[in-house]
Design a protein. Structure first.
Length: 199
């Protein structure tokens, strides 16, 4: 295996920003409310409703006014597809919906920093993430969940890693918080770690 370990697995003060280390006592305990909302938002994004009823605008027919406005003795009506009529559109019923919970930007940023700090003992940092067969076999051998963070999108690397069941990947500019919570080992590219530290 030609993978060269660039930094030790435990993050030291040279890797993290000083302002994070100065607040480490505050950051060690994750705000339970923030963690709950972000996890809830992650699962709510997957949950969406596609069942739908037809309103008076979507139902077929009913374009012509049935009878004139005055002089018939009937109540005035503009369409036979009104919700008041049999065979008309529905006023109430399920519609396609996508659930979203608003999360404050600063709150989310703080939680990401906290998760990165709390998971510091799970890190393995390599100079370059190569696609050696031996490296892939080692990841496949262990049953624990791996999270690999790439510096940028690489279709070749994705094709190599996508068949592994105990593997999740993310990008340094688009970190998925739920992956951090589930992963037992987090593998970083050195450039991706520098980008996270910069932000």
């Amino acid at each position: 295996m030609i993978l060269k370990i660039f930094i030790s697995s435990i993050l030291n003060s040279t890797t993290l920003k000083p302002n994070i280390l100065s607040k480490k006592k505050f950051l060690i305990k994750i705000c339970k409310k923030s963690k709950f909302f972000i996890q809830k938002n992650f699962f709510f994004k997957k949950k969406f409703t596609l069942c739908s009823i037809k309103t008076r605008a979507e139902i077929r027919g009913g374009g012509r006014k049935p009878y004139k406005q005055k002089g018939t003795g009937n109540s005035r009506i503009g369409s036979i597809r009104s919700p008041l009529k049999r065979g008309g559109g529905k006023s109430f019923g399920p519609r396609p919906s996508f659930t979203h919970i608003k999360i404050n930007r600063k709150e989310k940023k703080l939680l990401v920093k906290t998760l990165i700090y709390n998971a510091r003992f799970k890190y393995l940092i390599f100079n370059t993430l190569q696609t050696d067969i031996i490296f892939l076999k080692i990841i496949a051998y262990y049953k624990k969940l791996f999270l690999i963070i790439f510096f940028n999108k690489n279709t070749f690397l994705n094709c190599k890693y996508k068949n592994l069941k105990n593997f999740q990947y993310s990008f340094s500019y688009q970190l998925k918080i739920n992956f951090f919570l589930n992963a037992k080992c987090i593998i970083f590219d050195f450039l991706s770690l520098l980008l996270i530290n910069k932000n």
